[in-house]
Write a protein that binds this ligand. Sequence first.
Ligand SMILES: Nc1nc2c(c(=O)[nH]1)N[C@H]1C(S)=C(S)[C@@H](COP(=O)(O)OP(=O)(O)OC[C@H]3O[C@@H](n4cnc5c(=O)[nH]c(N)nc54)[C@H](O)[C@@H]3O)O[C@H]1N2
Ligand SMILES: Nc1nc2c(c(=O)[nH]1)N[C@H]1C(S)=C(S)[C@@H](COP(=O)(O)OP(=O)(O)OC[C@H]3O[C@@H](n4cnc5c(=O)[nH]c(N)nc54)[C@H](O)[C@@H]3O)O[C@H]1N2
Ligand SMILES: [Mo]
Length: 762
Amino acid sequence: MTERKIEVYQGPAGGWGALKSSAQHLGEQGIAVKGAKTLLHANQVDGFDCPGCAWPDRDHRSTFEFCENGVKAVAAEATARRATPEVIGSRTVSEWLEASDFELEALGRLTEPLRYDPASDRYQRTTWDEAFALIARELQALPDPNQAAFYTSGRTSNEAAFLYQLFVRQYGTNNFPDCSNMCHEPSGSAMRPTIGVGKGTVTLDDFELADLIFVFGQNPGTNHPRMLGELRRARQRGARIVSVNPLRERGLERFADPQNAVEMATGGSAPISSHYVQLPVGGDLAFLKCLCKRVIELGALDHDFIAAHTVGVDALVSELAATPWAALLAAAGVSQATVDEIAQLYAQSPATIACWGMGITQHRDSVATIQMIVNLLLLRGQIGKPGAGVCPVRGHSNVQGDRTMGIWEAAPDAFLDRLGSEFGFEPPRAHGLDTVGTIAAMLAAHVKVFIAMGGNFAAATPDTAATWRALQQCALTVHVATKFNRSHVVHGREALVLPCLGRTEIDVQATGPQSVTVEDSMSMVHLSAGMNAPASEHLLSEPMIVARMAAATLPRSTVPWLQLAGDYRLIRERIAAVLPDFAGFNERVAAPGGFRLRNTASERVWVTESGRAEFRSRPLPAETAQAQAQAARRDVRVFTLTTIRSHDQYNTTVYGHNDRYRGVQGERRVLFIHADDLRDQGFKPGQWVDLVSLHVTPGGTVEERRAERFLTVAYDIPRGCVAAYFPETNTLVPLDSHAEVARTPTSKSIPVMLVAREPAHA
Ligand SMILES: Nc1nc2c(c(=O)[nH]1)N[C@H]1C(S)=C(S)[C@@H](COP(=O)(O)OP(=O)(O)OC[C@H]3O[C@@H](n4cnc5c(=O)[nH]c(N)nc54)[C@H](O)[C@@H]3O)O[C@H]1N2
Ligand SMILES: Nc1nc2c(c(=O)[nH]1)N[C@H]1C(S)=C(S)[C@@H](COP(=O)(O)OP(=O)(O)OC[C@H]3O[C@@H](n4cnc5c(=O)[nH]c(N)nc54)[C@H](O)[C@@H]3O)O[C@H]1N2
Ligand SMILES: [Mo]
């Protein structure tokens, strides 16, 4: 592990630092040469879809578009290390529980199916047949199919996801918790009723035409590095880029493009943001209201668009007129001058794109905030024309596709009707459980079998202590995975870990080598085929695992499970039969770069209740969670904690202990805090603290949850706000603190107090 060092980072994002770090990661995985070859196939016409993020690729071009964090994601999968049954069985599960996420990840790729043996408290080698028989037995034994829940993480291909949801619905439940519930769920919830689609409306071409690009609550330098290339090109041709973020993020300030030879040779770099609004955590809804109010005052509305395409503008105008500036500015935590400047820019911009990430979605008011982004755009007719629109930037590389395929606890009836008639069964209609609902149901012993298609449920979810108890109460937990992780050691009475092929690997079935398909953040659907030999001869593909699980569990099903999993083209034919937008799927996806799914809002066709785009607004909440907690605990200072990703992690996968652009080396348990807050608390930089979250229940009692040992780091962040990495902080997020409507855990706004640790205990 790198030695601990905290030092402000002055360089740009990208550049030589990114190249150096990439080479180092390939070296550490023992695959310097294989890794470099693998990378040349990432995001190519005949290659695999990068498992890093859902940002689209420009035309799947012939030259590799370099991305440091794409390299890490690929290297992690193509690693030379193997977590064989002997390696996993060398320690008891209780011993593995003590290991860090970093150590578990570093064991390498899983090679054989594993079953938990309670007598020895160890995982042991099992056979695929035994594993599927156990799953079938446990699922068949449940008196009610709603006692099982089926999780999906967003790397699962369209083909695997489609078969999986078919299996689960034939089994009889809509219990589909998925990573989206913790991620962009509020984006879909906000946009479906207002513009008629739950997805972004722009394409990469729009980024070439936009005059103004907002980046709300997103850190592309780390999480979507290829987006920086797009932002930089936009900035260089004169577009304005407004970042709205409590933290100064280096990647939003300067970027050296590793694709640019001159820049790399001269050590140059280019600016990204033209404006940086450093608002306090959770100030976005009020700030967006300020922008809307000011744009209305400036008389900068597109009246023709509003008249022809929208309903509800009057209610928004009168609500904003009735809300005094002082109240809005105080809630937003920004100055009138800042609002005026940004509103002016927007009022003068012919074409504007609004992007957002987790800084917007993981709050109690996230749906209302996203609807305010939509309002802002609708006021000036900025949806459904070139260079303009909404751009929720998705995380996992196929999280959007999984939802399209029906991984949804509340799938619409039209989809269920078509699924039922294509496969000759009556799908269950009652809405199922989402992520938070599944945890609560496991705690209440209503859900007893938990099956996960990828991901790391025990680490990614809120309220770690409650989630672990929930999983440990299950009769059976099953994880289909590439790597051994936390969720495998927090298990049910019976437990299986089933190893699968990754994206970078060749997938050969009865009819020969297969490709899968994925949908990126801009609704582009394309093929993905791996080129590496599988990490072990015992691995099965995800579609085959689903098919065999289904065939074992549902002996009377008429679906030809094994035949479908033997030829993915047949799965795509069935997808096309159920989803009209996929008509001619096999032919269309064979075109280089694939095809784009229809997006009605981008054509100004509004599939909403009114048939028009709908303005939606509601007053600011009377009290923030922070204010509530402060009122309940006057004896302490209550901060608002936001939980973020470091540069060296992929969600719960910890690649390393550095966060280069935030100047942190060799430590993950850090707390970013304003220097004046440190001083006022009587702390020195380098002080170790415990974080205690304060959750005021509806009954008025204050629940405390504690996460121990964080090193304070003075950082450019507004006063009263602090930031730390997840998953270490998930233990602080109460299960019943989630977004209105979308039920996304409020991992970006947790009231906390800081408790100093004695140096001796640090
Ligand atoms: N390398 C890498 N790539 C990834 C991932 C990864 O972990 N590693 N994860 C993938 C996934 S699943 C996702 S969803 C995306 C996530 O990508 P992002 O959305 O960028 O995720 P975060 O790091 O959680 O935080 C985003 C930003 O929100 C800011 N923020 C925090 N609170 C607030 C607030 O109240 N208001 C505003 N305006 N901003 C706030 C933070 O300072 C941070 O800059 O990335 C995907 N890509
Ligand atoms: N506090 C806090 N909590 C958060 C967030 C936050 O910002 N703050 N972010 C939330 C967000 S946006 C998300 S998306 C969730 C992420 O939640 P998840 O998607 O559940 O978590 P990941 O860490 O992405 O899952 C990593 C695991 O997936 C498995 N895996 C990798 N590739 C494959 C594959 O190809 N197939 C299969 N079957 N398995 C594979 C590996 O075993 C690996 O250990 O976390 C959420 N949790
Ligand atoms: Mo995500």
